[in-house]
Design a protein. Structure first.
Length: 90
């Protein structure tokens, strides 16, 4: 489920699952992880995965969360950046 960090402002940043082929980060999403594509995909697509992480962290932490931002994604960076998601506690 990634590595969570509590930020000074009380938000939580999750360095989510980081798959790699040894050269670049790969998306964990089954819609993309086996496809070869030569275009960037908007980070907005990653809000689906963020919802999955949010659900599990709400259960683990016993709090309600709201997704604030997809900080980085392998999809929009051509594999240069890992998946990082930022949440706030409601």
């Amino acid at each position: 489920m990634g590595i969570p960090f509590r930020n000074e402002d009380g938000t939580i940043t999750v360095n989510a699952v980081s798959y790699s082929d040894g050269e670049k980060y790969l998306c964990a999403c089954s819609n993309f992880n086996r496809l070869k594509y030569d275009y960037d995909v908007s980070k907005n697509y990653c809000f689906c995965c963020a919802g999955h992480f949010k659900h599990h962290y709400e259960i683990m932490l016993g709090v309600q969360l709201k997704t604030l931002e997809i900080v980085s994604s392998p999809l929009d960076s051509n594999g240069k950046n890992p998946c990082v998601i930022k949440f706030t506690v409601l």
